[in-house]
Each structure stands twice: as C-alpha cells, then as structure tokens.
Ligand binder design. Sequence first.
Ligand code: AMP
Length: 511
Amino acid sequence: MNLGLLAERVAARTPRATAVMSADGTAMDFATLARRARSLAYQFRARGIYPGERVALAMSNHDSFFEILLGAWQAGLIVAPMNSRLLPAEAEALMANCGARLCIATPELAQGIAAVSSRDILDVDSDTYRRASAGEDANPAVELPMGAGAWLFYTSGTTGRAKGATLTHHNLQAMIDSFLADSGCAVDEAMLHTAPLSHAGGLLGLAFLQQGLPQVVMPTGALDAPAVRRALLLHRRSSLFAVPTLLNRLADPDFLGEASRGRVAKIMFGGAPMYAQDLKRAIAALGAMRLWGGYGQGEAPCTIAHIPSELLADSGEHDREELLGSVGIPRTGVELRIADESGQALPVGEAGEVQVRGRVVMAGYWNDQSATDKAFQDGWLRTGDIGRVGSTGLLTLVDRAKDMVISGGSNIYPREIEETLLRHPAVREAAVVGCPDREWGEVPVAFVVLRTPATAAELEKFCLASIARYKRPREYRFVEELPKSSYGKILKAELRATLDARHLANPKEIQ
Ligand code: AMP
C-alpha cells in the first residue's frame, strides 16, 4: 500500500475538483496535484534518493505541502515534517537524527538552515523546485512492504532527546478510517488549515484529501480575525483543526461574525487540554454540532478518544460536568485501558496511565530501540498521560505523568487546580507547575493570566472552597501571557525554569 496514490485515485474520479486552495483563492485541482506529485517523485529518484530514505520538511504552511508528501511517498521516501519555529540548529539535530537526505524548506527557513547544515536544501519557492514539480516524467509508485514508514512525527517536547514516532502508511490509513468513522467531518466541506501542517492539521488533512475535498492553506501565524474570516468565505463550508487557544478565540462573538461563522462546518479541537469552562463558552457561542473534540498524540496520530458533537449537544447519556471535563470515548479501531506501573489494568474510576493498542499505533521511534522499548508495555502504547475511565465509559485525563506534582507524598494533578481557577470570573488562563520544596518535595505554584483584577488572596479563598487544602497553590504569579508552543501547548518546562530556588532555601516563606 502506498498513500502517495491518494490524489491519483481522486483524480481518476473527479479530476477537476479543487484539491488545494491558497488563502488568496488560487486553486489547484486533483489532476494537477497528482501530476505534480508524480513529477516530484521522479525528481527525488533522479537525485539519487532511494526508497526508505528520509526527506525533512522545514516549512511554514505552504500550498506545496501535500504534493511533497504525495511525491515523497510515491518514491517510497519517509517525510519528516518539522516544527517551523525550531531554530536552525534544532532542525539540523532532527535531520541528523533521521539522516535526512534532503531538506525541503520554505524560503524564510532555507537560509538559516543552510548556515548550519551541509545537507541538500531545496527551497519551495525556487526555480529548481518549480521545474521539479512541473515535469511530465513519472515512475510507477514504489510498491511498499507492510510496515513501511511514511511520516516521522517528532515529539513536540522542547527539551530532551528528539524522538521521531515512525508512522507507517498503514498507521495513517487507520487514522483516516477512524477519522471518517468518528468525526462527522470530510463530507462536503473544505479543510481550512489554520494550524501548522507539520502537526495534527496536516495529518487530518489526509482524510479530506482521500475524500476528494479541498485543503485551504492559511499562512502560518495569520490568525487575526479578518484573515480567518476571509479564508472561511472562500468556500461554502469548511472544517478546521483548532488547539484550545484558537477555539477560545473563535468562540469570542466578535472574532468570526455572522457570515463567516455560518461557513464553519466543524471545529476539531484538541492537541492540548480543553478546560470545561472554556468548552461551555464555545458550545454557547458556536453550537455543539459545530464542535468535535479529539485526543491523540504523535505516537497514535490524532486517534485515541473523542467527544462526538452529539454528546456535546447533550444526549443525556452522561453526566454533563464529567463529559465536558473529559476527552470522551475511545476512537473506532482503538483499544484503551488504564494501567498501573506494573502494567495491570485498573478498575473503573481509578487513575493510572492511559495505554492504547490498535492499527493506528506507531511502529516505534526512529532508530531508537531503547525509547521504543520504554514506550510499550506488553504490546500497549504507554501514552504518558494519566487518566481514569468513569462508569459511563468517559475518559478523563487528569494530567501528563511528568506534570504531576508530588507534595508530601500526595499526588496533585495540576489540571484539577487549573480547572478550578478557570471557574473564577477574573481568570483567563492558568497553568500550575510543581516547584521544588525542601519540606514537601514539591508544592504547586499557579501562573495566572487575569481578565479583570484579582488578588492572590481572593484566588486562594476561591480554591479552598472547592479543592483540598494540600492541593492549593502556595504562590500565584500573575503574568501577561503563558508561554506556548506553536502547536498551542503551554510550555510548562519554561514556567518551571522561572521558579527560583527560594522555596528550597526557605520553605517557611510559603507555608
Ligand atoms: P503531541 O504528540 O505533540 O501531539 O502531544 C500529545 C499530548 O498532548 C497527549 O499525550 C496529551 O498529553 C496532550 N493532548 C492531546 N490532545 C489532548 C486533548 N484533547 N486533551 C488533553 N490533552 C491532550
């Protein structure tokens, strides 16, 4: 099986249907997309790049993303899309990790990478690329063995060793199948790419591609209201992937306006915790049937659990508060369990590690057997997320294992404190991290972005009304904004790094 043939298949059916559209409205049809992919595949081979070799992508959002994927796959190559916000040296480290033969880059990144890398670099806006993608030559698509790699998904952690989750063609097909079964998307709408194509947005775009539907590609970072409105008006109906930060913005009544809101088919939200309070606001502003919540990770791409729109619209099957704070039910084709440290499945209601099994789960980490061995337990993928499954089958994530705070021997889940703080009307955003402490081991510290003025004493009182005393933040830091990755995740490591050793030196000060 070779996913590089996705556009060929559509072109055989509806060659003139729009495949890719730029934010300015320029459109490319499926016949053209298929021809350009064939031409690129031919050129990769002509450059002496052989099946199984890697092509890294250092690209901000660009119309050529999908033709490059398809061309590379037809030639049997594995793509490694990288976060466009990485520094050149960080990108080079990932390329060294996977031994990339070629780096395809958007112009603003190409130069910086060339300064630190001796690799072959192809600028997507160069004449060389234009020629490579516009030829008529073609080789038959490479016949790939089961388990052939397609996409190296580099985990988005900002510290530690880079690990590339190896997603095979079969993993990605399983992701597409599950998406089509569960999401209610990719019916007759375009996919509007507001998020980086190198991450979940690009992965989910494959389902729309398979269905013969258009991708509307917005430039990275162009997320101001007028740009999003204009892009929505390009097509009759569009679905988009949004991290919680963007969903919160879209839910602001002034952001979209009537006309463009009417064009939104579905907002697929996920990638980071969506707090119950924010979700309620989004449902009120956009309507439950326009929302679909997804939970996944690079290692099980976008596909672990979901909250279908019907549940958000309140089917009465589940406790409402539990539902809104959960990530929903397991996805089609995914087995899910909660396990303790020794790999024993835990009963309903108990918190442990979320583990999954299924065709969507990665083959392993690229060239890293020891990380791969650690990622699996008895054939189950260890997600590193801590969660529990309630009596009606809803999965609630309590935290990332590494974000849990252990204070005086008790586990404190920052997520619970954050949910509490967000219920306070003055709080816009909150992130809680553990601070080393001589007496308690760790204590929770809250970083808070305020909507309206509030004091630490008020927030303390508010927390104590709904959570146990030992869980209360021992300190509040009021900040203008929280550091976030380009994928919308709060960078807790950066927050931790701002905490000084004061607590270690003088524990009494914070009691
Ligand atoms: P990545 O592999 O970079 O996509 O990160 C995956 C991690 O993001 C997961 O293991 C979760 O910790 C978190 N995550 C993804 N989707 C959700 C979601 N819907 N709710 C809460 N956390 C999420």
